[in-house]
Design a protein around this ligand. Sequence first.
Ligand SMILES: [Cu+2]
Length: 111
Amino acid sequence: MRAIACALIGALTLTTAGAAAADDMANMKGMSPAPAAKQGKGTGVIKAIDAKVGTLTIQHGPIPAVAWPAMTMTFKAKPATLLKGLKVGQTIGFDTTVRGMDADVTAVRPK
Ligand SMILES: [Cu+2]
């Protein structure tokens, strides 16, 4: 009898600990802030344009405001109409909004 009681208590303890851990995870999720949006201005050369998905790939110089070194990367055009009239090989100035791993181009200034 005594062994069974111990097993039951053990099971209850485990269940409670499990529930507490789940609560902690929920709290952590609730508390972790969404990645803050950062804004910067860059200059670069358009390497690719995908009008279907609304993206453009830019080989850009450093953008200190978002702590980026020079690189070539793909941005979402917001709005996608920004892509109108742009050409691969064109040098542009652009505004970008970065949120975590997402980067949007919000303005384009052909040079
Ligand atoms: Cu970049």
